[in-house]
Design a protein around this ligand. Structure first.
Ligand SMILES: [Fe+2]
Length: 288
């Protein structure tokens, strides 16, 4: 039986993102997952209210941050990984296939020639099934491509942080229409997660609750297999792919996709300053 992980969740109501601190014990070691950098698209200002809450928790529990883990290059929020690393240290990590994502968006944004597409902006790139430690907790990266080619889930002790794969059972699954996304691939990734033991605790990256309930972020393999509206047991791959493809055609782009991707493929570092000292984001017109 794996050791239970201590988990604290931080919900951002602006982007519907859940960040986490997972740790072995008070005074012990921690990983921060998917931290959010505040960003106001109207003014172009960043802020640290979300990340500060994570930081306050880390300090209040005397935790040493050894990892800052990204499940993928998010399109809905900017990552606070770089800012948090400055405050508390830790290695910023993402999936080994991030280079594929970086190459696509280097081309789209026509980024500076020396922008590397080998993931070297990150401190560590996880391969599928790679094991690591968070203090006394054993952890494992699980490749779960589909939403993007580089998505990872992280198994820590008895919990799995599943990123953008499944949402709560009444919400369903992640979209698969971003560059490099693939619904059939997501189906296979989800089956891999749902083959974990039935009582495995699953922690989500987002919740988009229907009007009649509050945001939630914790579920189990058993609950998803029984009731996920897109991927409960018995839904075959072809049925899922047809549903997902049809549904994705109806979805607009996330509000922050253009700013978010430009920061997140740099491991949360803002783009380099222009000659006047100001940093700029680029908006590709009629290209996405
Ligand atoms: Fe995402």
């Amino acid at each position: 039986m794996s050791q239970p992980a201590h988990i604290e969740a931080f919900f951002d109501p602006t982007t519907w993102t859940i960040s986490y601190v997972v740790y072995d014990q008070v005074g012990g070691s921690a990983a921060i997952l998917d931290p959010v950098l505040d960003y106001d698209p109207k003014s172009g200002r960043t802020g640290h209210d979300n990340a500060q809450k994570v930081l306050d928790f880390v300090h209040a529990h005397s935790l040493t941050v050894t990892w800052i883990l990204e499940t993928h290059a998010h399109a809905d929020h900017l990552s606070a990984a770089a800012w948090l690393k400055q405050q508390v240290g830790g290695k910023v990590a993402i999936g080994a296939k991030i280079g594929t994502v970086q190459q696509v968006f280097k081309t789209l944004f026509n980024l500076e020639a020396d922008f590397a597409t080998d993931g070297s902006q990150f401190d560590h790139l996880f391969e599928d099934d790679e094991t690591f430690a968070i203090g006394t907790l054993s952890a494992r990266a699980i490749a779960v491509p589909g939403h993007t080619p580089a998505d990872l889930a992280y198994q820590v002790g008895d919990a799995v942080f599943i990123g953008d794969t499944l949402f709560m059972p009444d919400v369903g699954s992640a979209r698969c229409d971003f560059p490099g996304g693939n619904a059939a691939t997501l189906y296979q990734s989800v089956r891999k997660l749902l083959n974990l033991p039935a009582q495995t605790r699953l922690f989500l990256c987002h919740d988009y609750p229907p009007e009649n309930r509050k945001p939630q972020w914790q579920t189990t393999v058993a609950a998803q297999r029984a009731a996920n509206i897109h991927l409960h047991d018995g839904v075959d791959e072809a049925t899922f792919v047809a549903m997902r493809t049809q549904r994705d055609k109806t979805l607009g782009m996330p509000m922050l996709i253009l700013p978010a991707i430009q920061v997140n493929i740099r491991a949360g570092v803002l783009p380099p300053a222009d000659t006047n000292g100001i940093r700029y984001l680029r908006i590709p017109m009629d290209a996405l």
